[in-house]
Design a protein around this ligand. Structure first.
Ligand code: SF4
Length: 220
């Protein structure tokens, strides 16, 4: 474990506008919560200023930490199946940004992944979102992403939040985590596959389609 440092979060010259590449370099150099991580920080995200769809998940698991590729695991396979996307489409950084609630692998306890580090989303998400003005839709995958972005607008349970997905449009589309461990949830909530997934694909298709004139988050 490394010692904590906040120097990497400070732009070299606050008087000058930061480019997207500089912001990304600053994120990737972050060591703010290093003392709490099981390995040296490895922020894992994909982002570009032209992205139109933002995917916000929980935090990298161990396999993703090792490969450095987000959603490069069975959960990612399931998510791509839900979205009807190939890996090539999913990892097209010019169109899709992938920024988890916690950017670094937080470790495990008794075989379960720890929650995302609480410092991470408040530190980086506002800056990254502000630097991606073309985002039209944000997928909130799992309870941590929904807690950060929806706050008190969430339902009492994840199922309630996902079932009420229309309430959060056009900015946000809440989803359960596509982990194989969630197969029980999917069986208990068959409306998700029959009703929500077709709507999800349609909304994602609209967000990625070219030809409209503004992002959902853009002030007009
Ligand atoms: S989890 Fe987030 S805050 Fe912590 S070191 Fe990684 S990027 Fe920085």
């Amino acid at each position: 474990m490394r010692s904590s440092s906040s120097s990497s979060t400070t732009p070299a010259d606050p008087g000058e506008a930061e480019t997207f590449a500089e912001l990304l370099a600053r994120v990737r150099a972050c060591t703010v919560c290093a003392a709490h991580l099981p390995y040296p920080p490895r922020p894992i995200l994909i982002a570009s200023p032209t992205a139109r769809l933002l995917i916000v998940g929980q935090a990298p698991g161990r396999r993703v930490h090792e490969t450095g590729i987000p959603w490069n695991d069975p959960s990612g396979d399931q998510l791509r199946q839900w979205l009807g996307m190939t890996r090539e489409q999913f990892y097209d950084a010019s169109r899709i940004a992938i920024v988890p609630t916690g950017l670094c692998y937080p470790g495990t306890v008794k075989g379960s992944d720890l929650p995302p580090r609480p410092e991470c989303a408040p530190l980086w998400h506002p800056l990254l979102c502000a630097a991606m003005p073309e985002i039209r839709l944000t997928l909130l995958i799992g309870a941590y992403a929904q807690a950060y972005y929806l706050g008190k607008r969430r339902g009492r349970t994840l199922a309630e939040t996902v079932h009420a997905w229309r309430d959060f449009m056009p900015e946000y589309f809440p989803l359960p985590h596509p982990s194989p461990r969630n197969r029980g949830w999917l069986k208990q909530n068959p409306w998700f596959e029959s009703e929500v997934l077709p709507a999800l694909r349609e909304r994602v298709g609209t967000a990625l389609a070219t030809g409209d004139n503004g992002g959902a988050h853009r002030q007009t």
